[in-house]
Design a protein around this ligand. Structure first.
Ligand code: CU
Length: 415
């Protein structure tokens, strides 16, 4: 095994990185101790040290062992035929995600890396596996026509255009923040962030939260929504207000979910988390939709006549019954009464933001759990048709709406 220290000269590698990251050497050496051969000085890094017999059996390149080039990586035309000598430490998939309802798309497909953020150790090999055709993994680098968004000294690496069923491997030797994109789908927002090594907030490089040109002026930030809408409007005659419907790499890389500290904490950040940070697409997430639709058991609604009153999850008015005794955990309303005044029942109580009443449940004789606010069992009224109706208020002088703290509001509006 060659000595990495001998090949790793101060001028070519240590200096630029030391300017923004404090440590570098320690995790790298630790990784080296685990048996990884680094030969940076030669321009090639082989992923794993191997004895010669293994290399002969698995060699596909004509050299002693399959090697991962620092600029071109290692492309495997068949994902099933990756040399055994190139064992990846991590895998990232490249996806094309069609809208869920193809008849009514509502949005264009999402092209994305999965996960979209990942934390690896210096020297780790990452396998990129396309699940759909026409993807690349390409570093943001001036040589690729973009702001440098990889550590100093890292070459402008890129995979070839990959088809589904192939794979591309790359070894991340230098610690730091790597932003990469897919060439064919870059303009559609296909970008991701790889954090290599461990470092503190102070060591995060400037490019993490700048996007080339984004401050001066904002319109010129390449591939920002503003820029793309500007381009769209400029090239579509008579459509002054065309909106950019796709994701943009700018909003992907600026998402809080891809903050370097978040990526280090979580290890991996799924695309779903990134999407949740982007307002115009957040409602694409089915589980978050559900959470929004699950309204609290009891909430507060402003009634034009009675002011703030308690309502149910459908915003239907709730009432208390003077025949009940506050805090007794029992109901005086069954059968015909309960048909006209259906008890509010639930298995789990969730209070709306403005509800200040204590909410509890008790077991009715029917076995259902009825909700109490401030010790008063709660009921709806069968003759209320819509939110805002309070036709039961003052009925027979014993049914009353309640305020946010569960105090009955005994106005005589019906009489
Ligand atoms: Cu792509």
């Amino acid at each position: 095994m060659r000595s990495p220290e001998a090949e790793r000269t101060e001028e070519s590698f240590d200096k630029p990185i030391a300017e923004w990251i404090d440590f570098e050497r320690r995790p790298l050496l630790k990784t080296l101790g685990a048996g990884i051969t680094l030969s940076l000085g030669s321009g090639l890094a082989s992923a794993r040290d191997d004895d010669d017999s293994d290399a002969e059996e698995t060699d596909t390149t004509g050299s002693d062992a399959a090697e991962i080039d620092p600029q071109y990586g290692f492309a495997a035309p068949d994902v099933e035929a990756i040399p055994e000598t190139l064992v990846p430490d991590h895998e990232i998939e490249l996806h094309t995600e069609e809208p869920e309802d193809p008849e009514n798309p509502g949005r264009p497909p999402f092209f994305h890396f999965e996960p979209t953020g990942i934390h690896v150790s210096a020297g780790d090999v990452v396998q990129f596996t396309p699940e759909s055709p026409d993807h690349t993994i390409t570093a943001y680098h001036p040589a690729q026509g973009f702001q440098q968004r990889v550590p100093d000294g890292v070459p402008p690496f890129s995979s070839p255009v990959l088809n589904a069923g192939s794979a591309w491997l790359y070894e991340f030797t230098e610690a730091g923040v790597y932003d990469v994109y897919c060439g064919p789908h870059h303009v559609l927002g296909m970008a991701m962030r790889i954090i290599v090594g461990d470092f503190g907030e102070d060591d995060v490089p400037d490019y993490e939260d700048t996007f080339e040109g984004s401050d001066d002026p904002p319109l010129l930030a390449p591939f920002s929504t503003e820029f793309l809408e500007h381009e769209l409007n400029a090239t579509t005659e008579g459509n002054e207000d065309c909106e950019w419907a796709w994701l943009t790499p700018h909003e992907i890389l600026a998402a809080p979910a891809l903050d370097p500290a978040t990526i280090q904490d979580q290890g991996t950040v799924p695309f779903e988390d990134v999407l949740a940070d982007i307002d115009r697409f957040a409602d694409e997430l089915p589980d978050r939709d559900e959470a929004e639709e699950t309204a609290p058991t009891v909430q507060v609604r402003d009634h034009p006549e009675h002011g703030d009153i308690l309502v149910d999850s459908d915003e239907m008015t709730l009432y208390m019954f003077d025949q009940d005794t506050q805090g007794e955990s029992e109901s005086a309303c069954y059968e015909d009464c309960a048909d006209a005044w259906p008890p509010l029942t639930t298995d789990t109580i969730a209070a709306g933001d403005d509800v200040t009443a204590d909410l509890e449940t008790f077991e009715r004789e029917t076995g259902e759990m009825q909700v109490m606010a401030n010790g008063w069992p709660l009921y709806g009224f069968a003759q209320d048709d819509a939110p805002g109706d309070a036709r039961g208020q003052g009925s027979n002088g014993v049914w009353w709406v309640l305020g946010p703290d569960g105090t009955p509001i005994r106005s005589d509006s019906n009489e």
